[in-house]
Design a protein around this ligand. Sequence first.
Ligand SMILES: [Zn+2]
Ligand SMILES: [Zn+2]
Length: 182
Amino acid sequence: MSVAPNIIWCERCNFETTTAVIWGVFKYRFSDGSEIQVERSAGWCSACNSIQPVEKSTDRSKLLKKYEDLQKELARLQKSFVRTLLKFDKREIADIKYECQEIEDQLRLLDVRRGPQRCLTCGSTEIAVIDLPSIGEEEIRKVDFCHPGCGGMLKIRKSHIRYSMNFPKKVYDVEGNRILEK
Ligand SMILES: [Zn+2]
Ligand SMILES: [Zn+2]
């Protein structure tokens, strides 16, 4: 399978990168060896001087609120035996359970995490999260972020280059430091 990333460039200088840098399998590994997904986003890393995958900050109270809402919804769906026989509800229940598991994982990370968010490429904490807009084919949109040190507006469009989906797995400790695997 292959997918085409988006191209991000600066309209003032020759800076250009693609969203493929953010793709991949990123996992935190706990001391007991268990692993969970790294919640990440595109971000500007001052040390890399480029757009990199960065850790997303997570708000415990927001996570707990969402968890509570999902549990209520789950209870509502499971209340009626007849309803749970419906294929649609079964899938919805499975989706909710999956989401709940993800939140449990994130809460488990928050319990042990002490330091600030890091760049997942170099480990620097000098990062700024960038919200990339979704774009259609042949569409060009502004990214709500200026190129640091240059001041040019960043723009985004789809590329036509396709990348294979075989990503190497990247493993981090609970503080977001890359664990080098031998
Ligand atoms: Zn620039
Ligand atoms: Zn970096």
